[in-house]
Unconditional design. Sequence first.
Length: 418
Amino acid sequence: MSSKTGGIDFGTSNSSVGFMQQGKPRLVEFGDDGVSVPSAIFYSSETADTYFGKQAVGEYRAGTEGRLLRSLKSVLGSSLMKEKTTIRNQRVLFTDIIQDFFGYLQQALSTAVADPVENVVVGRPVHFVDDDENSDRQAENELRSIAEKAGFLSVEFQFEPIAAALSYESTLSSEQLALVVDIGGGTADFTLIRLSPDRHHDTDRTSDILSTHGIHIGGTDFDRLLSLQSVMPMLGMGTAVKNSARLLPSSVYFDLATWHRIPLLYNPATSLNIKQMMLDAEQVSKVKHLQEIVSNHLGHELAGMVEQVKIQLSNDQRAPFALASLSSSLTGVIERQCFETAIDNAVQQLIDCIHLCLGSAGLPANAVTSVFYTGGSSSVPLLQRRINDLFPAADQVRGDMFGSVGLGLTIDAARKFA
């Protein structure tokens, strides 16, 4: 394979890129970020500098004037792709922002192999957009165009769970009927596939893929649901309008709890809306927290705080939180049970998707010999318990939560561009 070939896992929360070295896939190191870089970009207003990954988040948290954008993958296939947001006093398309991030990935890949990388396999979810083939096709075309404008000459796609399966297969010594559970920041994908070390180097594995299904639910949805249940009420959501049976309008809270919609709040119309909410609110002190967060552009800091609570609750039964940037700190403790209550319906939708996968393949659950988990959000305890209940006899295998897809895409690129 030419050194001008690689794989890109452009994720909602984290991204990775890989290349082949001495016949084995290897992920690029992004300095302090490691091999998995947060899908974040920060445009400084103080200088002309643009930052990526942890450095982008660091500049934002350090108080540098500018704009932080995260979860950009969630915009693909949506109406937001045609919208603009303000960057350095200019209106910029979300397409161009994603292209800047892809350019960063392309440069990192080319630097790692000391040669401009021209051919790439890019990962994609089974569905960018649920139940809408036209929008799904549009999302893939948008991503192809972005990758080409970033400098790649040939762009192919592979489903992310299939890429993860190829990575898992490289570790096997015997044949398996595997369910690949790939849950990232924005999507969840499930693939039933026959894996075998004897067929690992075959270029056409179509007959081994028994079924694949996906749904637009992922870690950022868990963040949103947790925030809406446990944090947004502290900012006034669900509280009454004074002298009325009505509740305060909720649209601002839903946007503030949704990673990719946070930048849309930073405008005069939203500021006026919140001021009216303060006049109407029975509990004004709560809405003052909301006003301070939005007026000081602390939305991503709040979302990051909720994300850290979610991560901690994967290991602990309770997690404290504090947003100290406010004039009066927002603090509390969230129990794992509260988190699991918040995401219960979403997790059930994921289990329903697994049942669809089994039904499409015409297989009972006891035919599955191993369940392979990848993607950071697949580590949620409630989800793993539900899946284990469905496949009690199967081996439960934890892959590289952030690297399996990137490694598999690199393996796929070696075959497609051989």
